[in-house]
Design a protein around this ligand. Structure first.
Ligand code: NAD
Length: 387
């Protein structure tokens, strides 16, 4: 089975490539390295240096040959370039396309007009190019698109998986779940979802939209095989997620800074569960003409709970941490109802890995190994939702 991964140099794309290659899927990767460009333009580096993608692929293929794993093939390029993308689809004719290749940072998209336009252009037009490419060249390919739980916002009703059954003035219908995105980045995901739904209805393509929560963790069975195979750990104000930031703050003796009240609730999952979900989405694809939505997360936490978990875990390692509330740079509800569904993956066999003190302690020890690389200047939020 042939799998094309778009965004194969990324935090999730690279571990996914190795995970699937090990299972003997034929894996093809593409990336335009725009994440690395944004990092260097903003003075950001992941905690542990990351090899070039060609060296990662070379290392994997060498190691894999000895162990009998599948090979990974790299064809670098930009999906904004339709000619490149069409040629890639023609050459690979993938059974499944895993589309990770977008600008993934909400704060980056809120930096200013230029970054908002870039995020929406790159994400929406890149995905649109993919839809046209698939329609013209490989309409049997199943598109697995990474979306975000952030498209739903924090509505005052339970969040379903993609659709809502509605009764209005005595009549019934099933509609796409209302979207109230948190940022220009999340708005790009909402637009992608509408386009995906449209092409499934109108052209008969098949697509699965994975509305994913915040992913944590760096170690998978494959990333730990060799130092060249690691994936990125970001703790900065642009790509870093709240849990990573708290653990780094604990290691460098800074207070864990909570934005606002800390009552904001969000969805989370371990990187190993992302990999399992991707394989489940491959094994249980959408049908022709179907736009399937799965909410991809395993747990809900509020920010105070995460800070407390890091505090008690750090204490068990002999590290004393302080927690400090700071003014929220984002515009978001400080207290709200939040009950999203994640039945879809559980029903098809996902056995989640839950967040616990053991994981936090192991990650703190990993961070300590690279403590000299921590740049405190990139920790504090510099981007405001509203100036
Ligand atoms: N990491 C998370 O917690 C998380 C949560 C929810 C959703 N997602 C989504 O999952 C996907 C992967 O996330 P990630 O954290 O691995 O992000 P990432 O930035 O590490 O990876 C995305 C990769 O796509 C590449 N890319 C971007 N635009 C491209 C283009 N036009 N052509 C080719 N390649 C391009 C980038 O260079 C990068 O290597 C993203 O779509 C993101 O929005 C991630």
């Amino acid at each position: 089975m042939k799998i094309l991964i778009i965004g194969g140099d990324g935090y999730l794309g690279w571990p996914t490539a190795m995970f699937l290659a090990k299972k003997k899927y034929q894996v093809f990767l593409t990336d335009n390295f725009s994440k690395r460009k944004i990092e260097s333009e903003n003075g950001i580096k992941p905690l542990q240096p990351i090899e070039t993608l060609s060296n990662r692929v070379y290392t994997w293929n060498n190691l894999g040959k000895k162990k009998g794993y599948g090979k990974i093939r790299l064809i670098s390029g930009d999906i904004l370039n339709q000619r490149f993308l069409n040629k890639l689809l023609k050459n690979v004719k993938p059974d499944h396309i895993i589309h990770y290749g977008e600008q993934p940072s909400a704060p980056y998209s809120m930096m200013g007009r230029e970054q908002a336009v870039y995020s929406q252009y790159n994400n929406i037009i890149g995905s649109l190019n993919l839809l046209f490419g698939v329609k013209g060249i490989c309409p049997k390919s199943h598109i697995i698109k990474l979306g975000s739980m952030g498209i739903y916002g924090t509505p005052n009703i339970d969040i379903e998986e993609g659709y809502l059954k509605l009764k209005h003035k005595g009549r019934f219908d099933k509609v796409l779940f209302p979207m109230k995105p948190h940022s220009f980045y999340h708005l790009s995901k909402a637009a992608d979802s509408l386009n995906l739904d449209f092409v499934c209805r109108v052209w008969g393509l098949k697509a699965t939209d994975l509305h994913q929560g915040v992913v944590y963790g760096v170690n998978t069975k494959e990333t730990i095989m060799n130092n060249n195979l690691v994936t990125s750990f970001h703790y900065d104000h642009i790509f870093g997620t709240v849990l990573n930031r708290f653990m780094v703050q604990a290691v460098c003796g800074s207070p864990l800074t909570i934005y606002g009240s800390g009552n904001q609730k969000r969805t989370f999952l371990n990187i190993n569960d992302t990999l399992k979900c991707i394989e489940l989405a491959i094994k249980k694809p959408a049908k022709y003409g179907e736009y399937k939505v799965r909410n991809q997360f395993t747990e809900v936490f509020d920010i105070n709970e995460l800070a407390q978990l890091v505090e008690v875990s750090a204490k068990e390692l002999g590290i004393k941490v302080k927690i400090k509330k700071i003014k929220n740079p984002r515009t978001e509800l400080s207290k709200h109802y939040y009950k999203p569904s994640n039945k879809s993956f559980l029903e098809i066999g996902l056995k989640p890995v839950y967040l616990n003190k053991k994981f936090i302690k192991e990650t703190i020890l990993y961070i300590q190994k690279y403590k000299v690389n921590i740049d405190k200047k990139i920790l504090d939020p510099k981007i405001k939702w509203k100036n």
